[in-house]
Design a protein around this ligand. Structure first.
Ligand code: BES
Ligand code: MN
Ligand code: MN
Length: 467
């Protein structure tokens, strides 16, 4: 171990409690990117991150605005760099997001989502692990390296933190496409994924893409008394249910013509490696999912179904009467929020076109349908054939004492595809979440031991890449 590395690790250990307190302050800011009423909070979170990046010694720290006529309501990016390791030194691009998902249903939280609370070695709050806590690991690893090395880093570093990941990441995608030169780096490091199991260091090498849509169905010109008009007037909710029921069959197959045409099967090596992972389907069903049975394409394993097969889900159906009690109304319109997870080599554009055409072909009598695309992201599989993967696995070995497993993730991080395709750099997804961290759900948490081990792993990674 190099002197710089051991000093930084020691610094991180001595200051670990403070790091957690700072993270709590960031977690108190409800930076919910999808809610216009929280736009001010989203900006506060961006400023919080920017201020800390300046304080630890990063340079050129500034917010990059993303709002425009094409992208109204866009949230700022936070940029920082430190490029004094020399022109031959490796440049690492650190990515994270400071925005979070909505916290509802609030009554399910044991302690309020924006009042971070420690219980049993976990820190509970919306954004604890996704992704404020994991992004903070990067900042704290850099701080530790600066502190232990007289204000220097072993590598050149650029940091880009976005505030729209949870709503599709359009702002950062435009920035990367138009100003990719400003993010020039040799490797990108993303900590926004999970470990396969507690204690098991993990690199995520693939993500599903997605298209998030709304189907709006309109029937009568206004809401109607269901006794006076029921039997004669079309009901948009029934029509919507009929449409949705035709999108996926009971075996979990999406019924959109051509939907599976470009689905690439995982390689034989990947399948073999996945079979060797410590996965207990019954435990997963009981403790993670908590349902009577698992569903989906029975001819594929759960890992294949969630990592390498596309799927379709319904998230909510706003409209009509949802208050307490009963109201006898035929609503004039109904909406369903429907998304599809995509896998290589499906594309959001082709998948959306096929879906829209299919929905158009199954519209029940008497209603009109509009299909809208809310956001989308490409699926991606990253290469592991680069020296940074080795540096990362060695760094994590020193911290966890175990060999790294390579997995894919079922979720999406839209910008990762752009890092690979636009910036043409290898991207490491080195995440420290756990399967039971409740991402997007009530009682999201970050296992604090993993917060600290993540910081140490990153310190060792930076040091090794800089050596
Ligand atoms: N960090 C997640 C993605 C993730 C989670 C990847 C677990 C792998 C394992 C990310 O913040 C996320 O939730 N992304 C959204 C993206 C979407 C809104 C475009 C998702 O997957 O729903
Ligand atoms: Mn995330
Ligand atoms: Mn998320």
């Amino acid at each position: 171990m190099q002197a710089s590395e051991s000093g930084a690790v020691a610094f991180a250990r001595e200051n670990g409690a403070r790091f957690v307190e700072e993270l709590k302050a960031l977690l108190r800011i409800p930076s919910i990117s999808t809610s216009p009423e929280h736009a001010g909070d989203v900006r506060l979170a961006a400023q919080f991150v920017a201020e800390e990046l300046s304080r630890i010694g990063m340079e050129n720290v500034h917010l990059i605005e993303t709002a425009s006529a094409q992208h109204p309501g866009g949230h700022p990016l936070v940029y920082a760099d430190w490029l004094k390791a020399g022109k031959d030194a490796v440049t690492v691009l650190c990515y994270g997001h400071y925005d979070v998902q909505p916290a509802e249903p609030l009554e399910e939280w044991v302690t309020p989502p924006f009042e971070p609370t420690e219980r049993d070695g976990n820190l509970y709050a919306r954004g604890a692990v996704d992704d404020k806590g994991q992004m903070w690991m990067h900042v704290k690893a850099l701080e530790s390296l600066f502190a232990a090395n007289g204000g220097k880093l072993p590598v050149n570093v650029r940091v880009i933190v976005e505030g729209e990941e949870e709503v599709g990441g359009e702002g950062i995608a435009s920035f990367v496409r138009e100003h990719g030169d400003q993010l020039k780096a040799d490797v990108a490091v993303v900590s926004d994924t999970e470990m396969f199991a507690p204690e098991l260091p993990t690199l995520c090498v693939g993500l599903r893409g997605m298209i998030y849509t709304e189907i709006e169905v309109r029937g009568a010109k206004t809401d109607l008394h269901s006794g006076m008009y029921g039997g004669a007037a079309p009901n948009p909710f029934v029509a919507l249910a009929q449409i949705i029921s035709k999108l996926k069959d009971e075996q979990g197959r999406v019924q959109i013509p051509g939907f599976y045409d470009k689905v690439a099967a995982p390689t034989a090596d990947e399948l073999k490696a996945w079979k060797a992972l410590p996965f207990d389907e019954e435990h997963y069903r009981k403790t993670e999912v908590g349902s009577r049975e698992l569903t989906g394409e029975a001819e594929y394993s759960v890992l294949e179904r969630t990592w390498a097969r596309p799927t379709l889900d319904v998230h909510g159906m706003p409209g009509g009467f949802i208050g307490a009690g009963a109201k006898t109304v035929i609503p004039a319109k109904a909406v369903a929020k429907v998304s599809m997870r995509l896998v290589p080599d499906q594309t959001p554009a082709e998948s959306f076109a096929a879906y829209k055409a299919f929905v158009g072909s199954i519209v029940p009598k008497g209603v009109e349908v509009e299909v809208r695309l809310i956001h989308s992201g490409d699926p991606i599989v990253v290469s592991t054939d680069n020296p940074y993967v080795k540096a990362a696995t060695e760094a994590m070995h020193e911290v966890f004492g175990k060999e790294t497993v390579f997995v894919r993730g079922g979720g999406s991080i839209p910008i990762v595809g752009d890092f690979v395709r636009e910036l043409k750099i290898p991207t490491l997804m080195m995440g420290f979440g756990l399967p039971d961290d409740n991402l997007h759900a009530p009682n999201e948490k970050f296992h604090l031991a993993n917060f600290h081990r993540g910081i140490e792993s990153l310190i060792r990674f930076f040091a090794s890449v800089g050596a």
